[in-house]
Design a protein around this ligand. Structure first.
Ligand SMILES: *Cc1c(COP(=O)(O)O)cnc(C)c1O
Length: 228
């Protein structure tokens, strides 16, 4: 299967899941996760109409942003990997979105380093909905404080929440985790936030995520094939 065929198959999966959940068509955005994949793969997906791409590693991601911009491709770039304090500047300068913020300090640096002449950097807070000690993400009971701190930063726009639950084939468990993230988002909105984004669901669990309200699904393997 070509990347263009894979993209078409994923679009059909998303449309079917939207329909099954009674959601409107195009209410779920596909983020193409291109980490470790060559520029040629990104360009193949771009040629087939894909415009939003996700990268995990700062150096690789920034290099791709700059190369593809020079080649004239207008792409919406999302940084979805974990981010360390000493790498925030490159991300604030190159990307349009950051999905995995779990500390106030990282958000502050991104806001300081984002050019105020540009649109604000869209950000999501990563929440640890699986309660695994090893996983990154803020614990649900620390979410409200972090969201309040990020919402006032001038050059960021807090868009929503993101999660990477533990991998499982148990669809009921997948849905429980995603429903939890949605409830946390709804709680924040009841408290005065205005969050429109739930970044959840990957190649293996996008249907469960869409059933529970995902607005962005982050898909790598199903689009570009297995990573080396
Ligand atoms: C790699 C990655 C994905 C894509 O996962 P696939 O299983 O390949 O679809 C999505 N989100 C994040 C944060 C990732 O690191």
């Amino acid at each position: 299967m070509s990347i263009s065929d894979n993209l078409q198959a994923i679009r059909l999966r998303i449309a079917a899941a939207e329909k099954a959940a009674g959601r409107s068509p195009a209410s779920v955005q596909l983020l193409a996760v291109s980490k470790t994949k060559p520029d040629a793969d990104i360009m193949a997906a771009f040629a087939a109409g894909q415009r939003a791409f996700g990268e995990n590693y700062v150096q690789e991601g920034c290099d791709k942003v700059h190369r593809l911009a020079s080649a004239g491709h207008v792409i919406e770039w999302h940084f979805i990997g974990p981010l360390q304090g000493n790498k925030t500047r490159a991300v604030a300068e190159a990307f349009d979105w950051v999905h995995a913020i779990d500390r106030d300090r990282i958000a502050q640096r991104l806001s300081q380093q984002r050019d105020p002449q540009r649109p604000p950097l869209n950000v999501c807070i990563q929440v640890n909905v699986s309660a695994e000690a090893t996983k990154s993400g803020v614990a649900p009971d620390g979410l409200g404080t972090l969201a309040d701190a990020i919402a006032v930063l001038p050059n960021l726009r807090l868009r929503g929440l993101m999660a990477i639950p533990e991998p499982t084939d148990d669809v009921a468990l997948q849905r429980t985790r995603f429903a939890h993230l949605r409830q946390l988002r709804d709680d924040l909105n009841r408290r005065g936030h205005d969050l429109d984004t739930l970044s959840m669901g990957m190649s293996q669990d996008m249907e469960a995520a869409i059933a529970e309200g995902a607005t962005i699904v982050r898909v790598g393997t199903a689009l570009f094939g297995a990573r080396a």
